[in-house]
Design a protein around this ligand. Structure first.
Ligand code: NAI
Ligand code: 15L
Length: 267
């Protein structure tokens, strides 16, 4: 079944704006949604303001949709109240809306913070166990599991993108490993909208020479990144933190706030 009607959540955000502009005109409908007002709709697009925490509103935005690119929600660490409303309740509402509306597939913007307590000295792949570094990272691990439930039980294809650092360019040494260019991000979204899979986890990362992640699972599905953070090495290599926790773990600055554990006991 081909995908022709897409819902993009988080459409007012940084990545939502990239998807809107780079996929414009490619599908019969792009329904862009966010809790805040968005730029005006283009041709073949509609915009709908909706709070993910509102189940009725979310069921409404899922109607008549083939595939969801789910980017909305709390996108950095927050309080339990914030994370629960947008990323736990909000995600349950989204999957229930998708199930009721017969949506074929959901692309979920997971994050490297679901695995943030893996060491930088490790090279991990999509089978690495979740090791969240924050309440936010926990919500992403939860989302990966929810995708699994709805894929195997309800037949909704699920692709969880463990995104590294998706910004115009890397801004520190860590991002020489974690950077995802906007163009590669949208390439990965296109793979998610077309490839055949049931439930998969892939890394949202460019072809960085220093990547900590073996992304063979994404390559197998057809992802072919064209950018490499190494092009910025001279500019940012010297930008490191003096916090040893932050520098030890893949999640970087998300790992050290509130940290009172024994780093030697984190495997
Ligand atoms: P962003 O913060 O720019 O966009 C998120 C959007 O979600 C915002 O426009 C916001 O208004 C909307 N939103 C927040 N709460 C909502 C609610 N209750 N109902 C409806 N909409 C709500 O974030 P960005 O950078 O565009 O990230 C998009 C997604 O990708 C997020 O889920 C984030 O966690 C994930 N991600 C992004 C990374 C990056 O480097 N940009 C890295 C890893 C994951
Ligand atoms: C994320 O999950 C955030 O959404 C983004 O703002 C960055 O902090 C990114 O991770 C990162 O780890 O660089």
């Amino acid at each position: 079944m081909t995908v022709s009607r897409i819902l993009v959540t988080g459409a007012a955000g940084a990545l939502g704006r990239q998807v809107r502009s780079r996929l414009a005109g490619r599908y019969s409908l792009i329904r862009s949604s966010d809790i805040v007002a968005m730029d005006p709709a283009g041709l073949g697009e509609e915009t709908v303001v909706a709070d993910l925490a509102d189940a009725v509103a979310v069921a409404g935005i899922c109607e008549g949709i083939d595939a969801i690119v789910h980017l909305g929600g709390q996108s950095v660490e927050g309080s339990w109240e914030q994370v629960i409303a947008a990323n736990l309740i909000g995600l349950i509402n989204l999957y229930e809306g998708a199930r009721q509306a017969g949506v074929q597939r959901v692309l979920f913007a997971s994050s490297n913070h679901a695995i943030g307590f893996h060491r930088r000295s490790e090279r991990i792949d999509h089978t690495a166990p979740a090791r969240p570094d924050t309440r936010y990272g926990f919500s992403k691990a939860f989302g990966e599991d929810l995708a699994c439930l709805y894929a195997y039980k309800y037949g909704i294809k699920g692709l969880s993108l463990r995104i590294g650092s998706c910004f115009p360019k890397p801004t520190n040494r860590r991002m020489l490993s974690t950077w995802l260019s906007y163009a590669d991000f949208v390439r990965l979204v296109e793979v998610g909208l077309t490839a055949d899979y049931v439930n998969e986890i892939v890394y949202g990362v460019s072809a960085n020479s220093r990547s900590w992640w073996d992304n063979a699972n994404a390559y197998r599905l057809g992802y072919a990144p064209e950018d490499n953070a190494e092009a910025y090495a001279a500019e940012v290599e010297h930008i490191v933190s003096d916090d040893p926790i932050e520098e030890a773990f893949q999640g970087g600055s998300y790992t050290s706030p509130e940290f009172i554990g024994d780093p030697a006991r984190v495997p």
